[in-house]
Ligand binder design. Structure first.
Ligand SMILES: NC(=O)c1ccc[n+]([C@@H]2O[C@H](COP(=O)([O-])OP(=O)(O)OC[C@H]3O[C@@H](n4cnc5c(N)ncnc54)[C@H](O)[C@@H]3O)[C@@H](O)[C@H]2O)c1
Length: 359
């Protein structure tokens, strides 16, 4: 493959960032765009310099210039859209969470195998430069052995940050179309993955408190919440993620008005990642503590949009080089199982073993 022709499926909110790597890569081109909203698809095609816009996926899949499809549609459509694209011989980059259930994901994975095409699950936190640097420091032994991750998300004032269309909110707030809550399942997918990414041990047990706060007529948000988990091993180790619904607090952001921060504890030191989509305080994006010394990293690009740009470039490079892009399906399956265990734990009011969820 000399150049990768990308077909963008779904031109809503996140398409603004997901296009960045494809527009920049010298050997990629967005050649086609598809959205049920024809006017939106047409506008996006013009903006991205794509030759064609479609309102029907099958028509875009018949386009021979499309080598790979970037799927940016609501979660209840992911399985059908991914299987259709793979069945048409296209490679697929599928946004997190890949599907609502493990069964749906398994059917998509089978379709990729049968078609002999690449299936990449796109989880952007793993491409966010401060997270990448934290992982690199951990692998270099900067904090000894990583033994715990503590994540915190503070959702800020509604209406701050970038504009979110009511139809985007509607499918995300409906567990049937989203697969779970907008915070603890949808956004949570990133946080569960970070719990796995920084501590390379299997997670075997999860406990979750999830409170649903009413925002308006048919509008609910799943927060506050507190989710904790155990890493399997001879010595028990734990991680946690706290969600605060601070709905009167201003969180500066070009993106979602939500503050995410991460603390990774090692046997010999600590790393704090103080930023993600939100920019609450002007702190260094990464701080390392070890041996009585604290080092602040000011040289890391910390704009959240970077994670999308770099993730897009990685997908194209992987296709050109014939290597497997991450997240792999096996990794995504573990993250999805973790998310589903948290949702089940809160619903049933008990600790849940991952083995109960993984079928
Ligand atoms: N990585 C992240 O941080 C991040 C952030 C936001 C969204 N996302 C993911 O991106 C995906 C899209 O989210 P969004 O916020 O952009 O949603 P959105 O509702 O803004 O956009 C979805 C688009 O899909 C279109 N669509 C719906 N059905 C379609 C169909 N059958 N055929 C073609 N187009 C169709 C809609 O018209 C809409 O334009 C979801 O998987 C979501 O979880 C990821």
């Amino acid at each position: 493959m000399k150049e990768v022709g990308i077909g963008m499926l779904g031109c809503g909110r996140i398409a603004d960032l997901q296009c960045l790597g494809y527009l920049e890569h010298p050997r990629a081109k967005i050649v086609a765009v598809c959205d049920v909203d024809g006017e939106l698809a047409r506008r996006r095609a013009e903006e991205w310099g794509a030759h064609r816009s479609y309102t029907d996926l099958d028509r875009m899949l018949a386009d021979p210039e499309v080598d790979a499809v970037e799927i940016l549609t609501p979660h209840h459509l992911h399985e059908d859209h991914a299987r259709a694209a793979l069945g048409a011989g296209k490679h697929v980059s599928l946004q997190k969470p890949p599907t609502r259930t493990l069964e749906e994901l398994d059917r998509v994975a089978r379709a990729a195998e049968e078609a002999g095409r690449v299936l990449r699950i796109f989880e952007n936190f793993m491409h966010y430069p401060p997270h990448v640097r934290a992982k690199q420091l951990i692998e270099e032994g900067a904090i000894g052995e990583p033994i715990s991750v503590r994540l915190k998300t503070a959702a800020g004032r509604i209406g701050d940050g970038w504009e979110i269309q009511p139809q985007t909110q509607a499918w995300r707030m409906d567990p049937e179309t989203c697969g779970g809550g907008p915070t603890t399942f949808d956004h949570g997918y990133h946080c569960y993955h970070m719990g796995q990414y920084f501590v390379p041990a299997e997670i075997d047990r999860v406990h979750a408190f999830i409170h649903w706060t009413k925002l308006g007529e048919k509008q609910w948000i799943d927060g506050p919440a507190l989710i904790s988990w155990r890493y399997a091993g001879l010595l028990p180790r734990y991680g946690s993620w706290e969600v605060i619904a601070s709905l009167g607090m201003r969180v500066r952001s070009k993106y979602y008005a939500s503050d995410d921060r991460t603390e990774i504890h090692g046997t010999e030191g600590l790393i704090w990642v103080n930023r993600c989509a939100g920019k609450l305080l002007d702190e260094p994006s990464l701080v390392l503590y070890r041996d009585g010394e604290t080092r602040a990293f000011h040289d890391i690009e910390a704009d959240w949009g970077e994670s999308f740009r770099l993730g897009g470039i990685d997908f194209v490079d992987a296709l050109l080089e014939g290597r497997t892009p991450r997240q792999t399906v096996a990794e995504a399956r573990k993250t999805l199982a973790f998310a589903l265990a948290a949702v089940r734990s809160a619903a049933e009011g008990r600790e849940v073993s991952l083995a109960e969820v993984v079928t």
